[in-house]
Design a protein around this ligand. Structure first.
Ligand SMILES: [Zn+2]
Length: 344
């Protein structure tokens, strides 16, 4: 076993306290913001950018995060200007404070096209990003949604965490190099968790900002949602992890949740293994035709609350689609339009 055959945490159990910053590499600072969920925090990154700063990801768009940003403006940022606001993907914990920061600092806002447009679609309930489209998909996949009140079907939870989305942006693309201070950060886009997530690799520092694509302990949510009911996001997720294959084994990985780590390649191997196990269990369970809802106990052993059930449904459908698209399962729709999958 070499030094980097496993996941290790160079900062041990340390995590930055609210309002504090931890230096993780030359010119790279780690801060944390709270989240009002079971997953109770997000990591954000402050990059020294000449006489100013680049902010990577912004936190959930509520008063608690905005108050902590004000503390950082008064202390960590030391009165130096913010030159760029970069957001990895459109999920509320990442983009929630982007409009606030862009307005407060006047900095340009960097995002990929699919993430920028997805943020607007989710904010405006457009393009199949509304809750109803996903509930319809879940109903077709066996979830009983009849008890969900009409008001709740139409509610837009995204607005709670993303009160506004910037109205213009600078488009980041795969392979592009962002100049941040004297250093270059290469954009590596990855898929499956979000439509076109931007992750950032700095060769000269050996640092990867991995967003939600590679996390050290929990696995990223990979789900099918209402806007793309026939998608195969698990294939996109697993295949796009291949974009990290060329990165060195000792890369320092800065994930959006949990702790900074080394061991990118062993962690990616674990992710492949995790999904392979789930696919195997599903295939075993599809002896007779089952819905995605009926498949959930095969994938998740614990009881799920309503919020977790939503993610579990999306994940179950994603795994079923992966198997179906590779000819291992066949699907059939009954007279009511409910879809079942069985071994081919
Ligand atoms: Zn995310």
């Amino acid at each position: 076993m070499g030094l980097h055959d496993e996941v290790s945490h160079p900062f041990g159990d340390h995590v930055p306290a609210p309002g504090e910053a931890t230096r993780v590499a030359e010119g790279v600072w780690w801060i944390r913001m709270p989240l009002p969920f079971a997953l109770d925090h997000i990591n954000l990154w402050l990059l020294e950018d000449g006489d100013g700063w680049t902010i990577v990801d912004t936190g959930y768009g509520n008063d608690a995060t905005r108050a902590l940003w004000e503390r950082h403006f008064a202390t960590t940022l030391g009165g130096r200007p913010v030159k760029k606001v970069v957001v990895t993907h459109y999920h509320p914990d990442h983009v929630g404070c982007a409009a606030f920061l862009v307005e407060r600092t006047g900095a340009p806002f960097h995002m990929t096209a699919a993430e920028y447009l997805s943020a607007h679609a989710a904010h405006d309930d457009a393009a199949g990003f509304d809750r109803e489209a996903t509930l319809d998909l879940f109903a077709r996949n066996g979830l009983d949604t009849s008890s969900i009140a009409q008001g709740a079907r139409k509610a837009n939870g995204y607005l709670r965490g993303v009160p506004a989305v910037p109205r213009s942006y600078r488009r980041m693309m795969h392979g592009e190099r962002l100049a941040i201070g004297a250093r270059e950060w290469r954009v590596i886009t990855v898929f499956g968790h979000a439509p076109e997530q931007a992750t950032l690799w700095c060769e000269s520092l050996g640092v990867l900002i991995s967003g939600d694509q590679v996390l050290p302990r929990i696995t990223s949510n990979v789900g099918v949602w209402g806007s793309q009911p026939d998608s195969d996001p698990l294939a996109l997720f697993l295949d796009s992890l291949g974009r990290y294959a060329e990165l060195p084994g000792d890369a320092l990985v800065l994930p959006s949740h949990d702790r900074v780590f080394r061991g990118l390649h062993p962690r990616i191997a674990q992710l492949h293994e995790h999904h392979a196990h789930r696919l195997e269990r599903l295939l075993e369970g599809c002896e007779r035709p089952i819905t995605a809802y009926e498949a959930i106990p095969l994938l998740f052993k614990r009881a799920l609350d309503e919020h977790q059930m939503r993610f579990a449904m999306g994940e179950a459908i994603a795994h079923l689609h992966w198997l179906e698209k590779r000819g291992k399962l066949v699907r059939s729709d009954d007279a009511r339009g409910v879809r079942r999958f069985a071994r081919a």
